[in-house]
Design a protein around this ligand. Structure first.
Ligand code: PLP
Length: 459
């Protein structure tokens, strides 16, 4: 980085800009690139460009990040939190494996802030698979999959997932978020309509934006409204896609999948289900929302999931027909122009998937512990919204400040649970969000609900 000119110290930014601009103009004039007139426009290859002076007068907000609205927003939030005496609950550093317990700053906490639902991250067998993959392939495949980044592990993992879903094929990408963005961005366009549940994840919204398709939300899990949209809009568009989640990540509830499948068939649409929080969580063996409802894999056109939750990795997948997966493999920019999944990640996700199938008791235990937490919380009068106790249980506080204070009060007493604040949810829905793990013990859950109840009464 160039060192700041010491002679500019103490000057206002505006004055500095003016001096720099004058120096630049002198240099351009010496080089013969600028006519010797103050207000003259520079002519480059016949194209008129704005005058150097007009550029010099541009407001700082157009070229300095200090004035960017995002930075301003953070400063306001930090200042507000400082004045209210609420410490920052974000970016806490965990010392080791984050499971039902975690260590932060050398102190042990009961942990509800990690989506390590099946305890696979940190499992010795899963870690050993990752280490073996590093020994064999290294830490990176060092290329995109089509151009020399392909390894046997990738296909093994994808085939295992396709088998679980009982569909033709699957494609795995390096990020769950990017999987939604690139899949939707690539497959749909301005002549299409994408209808989604109002609580759909940000990655879906970003994908729709990239696609240029018309976007229409329907109220959360309100299928009458979904049908009204379909009836009114279906014929206005070439292709129509409905996007829902298997389990909604803020609320822990799920959609009536059989009814939505019926609607998509009747109105001849595509259906996409994001299983980030339902794969490994729903169904007797953790095979997701379709197992829960006893539906075939082919009833949904696009199955999407992430590796970062039950599968102890990092990345996303799309499973479905060959006609869906093959074009994504050849053309979806987030796959084609991005590196292949690192060997240890593919290996650990594959090991976690195999272990989940071999040990369905993990899934059963996660479901039982979730029900225990939900039952106790409800009977203590805690507002758990529409949660079904499947891995995600909110405690709705009704204000961001209350949620942040409650999170800190519990943290001081050895419980790590993250507050979800506006704008991640509407202000009146601000909450603590508890992620359950199959490793949480009865004692940990009972103790947590007891403390939570006491702290809510105090808030
Ligand atoms: C519903 C949903 N979809 C997609 C994603 C993105 O997945 P990842 O965090 O693995 O990139 C998330 C992240 O939590 C999610 O909750």
């Amino acid at each position: 980085m160039p060192k700041p000119n010491p002679s500019l110290k103490g000057l206002t930014n505006q004055l500095k800009d003016k001096l720099i601009q004058q120096a630049l103009e002198r240099r351009l004039k010496r080089a013969g690139a600028l006519p010797d007139q103050d207000n003259a426009a520079v002519s480059l290859a016949g194209v008129e460009t704005p005058s150097v002076r007009a550029i010099a007068n541009l407001p700082e907000s157009s070229y300095r990040f200090e004035h960017h609205p995002a930075y301003q927003q953070i400063r306001i939030m930090q200042e507000g939190a400082r004045q209210l005496g609420v410490p920052n609950p974000f970016f806490r550093v965990h010392d080791g494996i984050a499971a039902n317990v975690t260590s932060i700053g050398g102190r042990e906490y009961i942990n509800y802030s990690s989506y390590n639902y099946l305890g696979m991250s940190g499992d010795p067998e899963v870690s050993a698979a990752a280490k073996a993959a590093i020994d064999r392939y290294g830490t990176s495949v060092s290329a995109s999959r089509p151009v020399s980044g392909e390894r046997a592990l990738h296909r093994e993992f994808e085939r295992a997932l396709a088998e679980v879903y009982e569909v033709d094929d699957c494609i795995a990408l390096v990020s769950g978020h990017a999987t939604n963005v690139t899949t939707l961005g690539y497959l749909f366009g301005p002549r299409d309509l994408i209808i989604h549940d109002a609580l759909i994840h940000n990655s879906v919204l970003q994908g729709i934006q990239l696609s240029g398709a018309k976007r229409l939300p329907f109220p959360h899990n309100d299928l009458a409204s979904l049908e009204t949209i379909l009836r009114d809009q279906r014929l206005q568009y070439e292709r129509v896609l409905i996007v829902i989640e298997g389990i909604y990540s803020m609320d822990g509830d799920y959609p009536d999948l059989p009814a939505i499948v019926e609607l998509k068939e009747r109105y001849r649409c595509f259906l996409m289900v994001d299983e980030a929080h339902s794969f490994g969580i729903m169904g007797k063996r953790g095979l997701g929302i379709r197992e829960h409802f006893g539906l075939p894999g082919t009833c949904v056109d696009i199955w999407m999931g992430t590796l970062s939750k039950a599968l102890a990795g990092c990345g996303g997948y799309i499973a479905g027909s060959k006609a869906l997966v093959e074009p994504l493999k050849y053309f979806a920019p987030g796959f084609l122009y991005s590196v292949g999944m690192p060997p240890p990640v593919a290996a650990s996700a594959l090991a976690a998937l195999q272990k989940m199938i071999r040990e369905p008791e993990r899934v059963e235990r996660l479901q039982t512990q979730g029900q225990r937490f939900l039952r106790l919380a409800r009977s203590a009068g805690i507002d758990t919204g529409t949660s079904t106790g499947l891995a995600v249980i909110p405690a709705i506080t009704g204000s961001s400040l209350k949620a942040a204070r409650l999170s800190n009060a519990l943290f001081e007493q050895g419980i790590n649970v993250q507050p979800i604040l506006y704008p991640a949810v509407p202000e009146k829905s601000a909450r603590l969000r508890f992620f359950l793990s199959c490793q949480h013990t009865d004692e940990q859950i009972d103790h947590t609900v007891e403390l939570l109840t006491r702290e809510i009464a105090r808030a």
